[in-house]
Design a protein around this ligand. Structure first.
Ligand SMILES: N[C@@H](CCC(=O)N[C@@H](CS)C(=O)NCC(=O)O)C(=O)O
Length: 202
């Protein structure tokens, strides 16, 4: 399995899943500073020229960090990173994955970029005023869901925690968790996991 990767991007999400699974994989490092992600060679793999992308042993190519993480979890079902299809937990797993990718991430990353490295870029107006209320509503839903719970689904970590958790790490970096103690504790627990630390190493 090959993961096309650059540090401090969403490629750390499927890398985290692979590290939790403890299976062998190859990191193919893409130099974003050199615009390698926009090369014709890389865009033949990822048509949007983004990271991550993934090539499985059988040649299957995938894009989208959440899809790659879900796919590798399903390849090794005995490791328990995805609930078995059918019972309610699988439905809740889909729910939080969709919530992370569709409800939380789009407004969160507009706010994140607006407050961080694109803060002073006049060519990149990122509407914090419109997006922040959407982020706050999504964070309140998650604060409720994680109050009194260690993980989003069941009693151990799943890919839902990886996808939602990675976004919450970004939210914590722009100080959006100050008034949300359950989310702060959840992020601290996730960041202390050895697989998270390995996935976020350079
Ligand atoms: N929804 C996609 C987002 C991919 C994405 O936007 N990746 C960023 C890095 S975190 C990227 O490659 N940006 C470079 C660009 O858009 O040119 C995913 O989760 O994989």
């Amino acid at each position: 399995m090959k993961l096309y990767y650059a540090t401090r991007t969403r490629a750390t999400r499927p890398r985290w899943a692979l590290e939790e699974l403890g299976v062998p994989y190859e990191l193919v490092r893409i130099d974003m500073a050199a615009r390698q992600h926009k090369s014709a060679e890389y865009m033949a793999i990822h048509p949007l020229g983004k990271l991550p992308s993934f090539a499985d042993d059988d040649g299957t190519v995938l894009i989208e960090s959440a899809a790659i993480a879900m796919h590798v979890a399903d390849r090794f079902p005995e490791r328990g990173l995805a609930p078995a299809p059918g019972p309610a937990d699988r439905g809740r797993y889909y729910q939080w994955l969709a919530f992370g990718a569709a409800t939380l991430d789009p407004p969160l990353f507009k706010v994140f970029y607006g407050k961080t490295f694109r803060a002073n870029d006049p060519n990149s107006p990122l509407d914090i005023e419109t997006n922040l209320p959407l982020v706050n509503v999504a964070l309140d839903v998650l604060e409720g869901a994680l109050t009194g719970r260690e993980f989003l689904v069941g009693d151990h970590l799943t890919v839902a925690d990886i996808i939602v958790g990675a976004s919450l790490v970004a939210a914590s970096r722009i100080d959006l968790l100050a008034e949300r103690p359950a989310l702060r504790a959840y992020v601290e627990r996730l960041m202390a996991r050895p697989a998270y630390v390995r996935a976020n190493a350079d």
